[in-house]
Design a protein around this ligand. Structure first.
Ligand code: 13P
Length: 251
């Protein structure tokens, strides 16, 4: 179902007491005033139990940052979708450019990860986005289309309807160089159009497409006001309660 979402991606940051302070501060801030969007925090897996407890008592939903493509078994260090499901985790990031770059995750394995999540009723936040050289060569639409075709477009319509897409141009991640609202809108409209062509208009209209990449308390409002931008996947600014809260109320 299409809805507005602000999701924080903490990446590999914070130790336990800092994580507790941060989630507590966000919960307090939003419990005073009902947000106009779903609020998700995607934390390192060791904090999921603690943040999951907050999800039960507050409006915060919890997401993981990674999941195994395997169901269970001898995969030391891995975490399965069934494990996440058993801990009341609602979302999981898949296909983040850092996973693609540093851990060599390719479209096929990302598809399998998303498949495990859907089987366990966890919503994949599926990330796509071009590199700077792709944009400079004006290949950005082709790159994004290929990422979709080679992964989530393999799902049937029912399965796909459980997925949130996050467009994160790699050149904007952690760089302070945000896509302009017009650039974000142009790509989001392109993605929605591809979904309509692959499935149908209704599926496209019902898909939440988030923007990520140096989205912050100052620029969120203008980005979120774009017709096809349904919210954000926030990195650095999600580590500060005040900034993240401002972003939440940017709709
Ligand atoms: P920044 O907001 O720090 O640019 O990170 C974006 C991101 O990678 C979210 O997944």
């Amino acid at each position: 179902m299409r809805q507005k979402i602000v999701a924080g991606n903490w990446k590999m940051n914070k130790v336990f007491h800092e994580a507790e302070d941060l989630v507590g501060a966000i919960a307090n801030a939003i419990d005073d005033r009902e947000p106009d969007c779903e609020v998700v925090i995607c934390t390192p897996s060791v904090f999921l139990e603690m943040t999951g407890d907050y999800s039960e008592e507050s409006q915060i939903r919890t997401g993981a940052q990674n999941v195994s493509e395997h169901e269970s078994g001898a995969y030391t260090g891995e975490i399965s979708a069934a494990m996440l499901d058993s801990m009341a985790i609602d979302y999981c990031i898949v296909g983040h450019s850092e996973r693609r770059k540093y851990f060599g995750e390719k479209d096929e394995v990302l598809y399998e990860k998303a498949e495990r999540l859907i089987e366990n009723e966890i919503i994949p936040i599926f990330c796509i986005g071009e590199q700077l050289e792709d944009r400079e060569a004006e290949n950005h639409f082709k790159v994004v289309e290929a990422q979709l075709v080679n992964s989530v477009f393999k799902f049937n319509k029912d399965e796909f309807s459980n997925i949130v897409i996050a467009y994160e141009p790699v050149w904007a991640i952690g760089t302070g160089k945000t896509a302009t609202p017009a650039q974000a809108q142009e790509m989001h409209a392109f993605i929605r159009d591809l979904i309509a062509k692959k499935y149908d208009n209704e599926t496209a209209e019902e898909t939440s497409i988030l923007y990520g990449g140096s989205c912050n308390a100052e620029n969120a409002k203008e980005l979120f006001s774009q017709k096809d931008v349904d919210g954000g996947l926030i990195g650095g600014a999600s580590l500060k309660a005040n900034d993240f809260t401002k972003i939440i109320y940017s709709f």
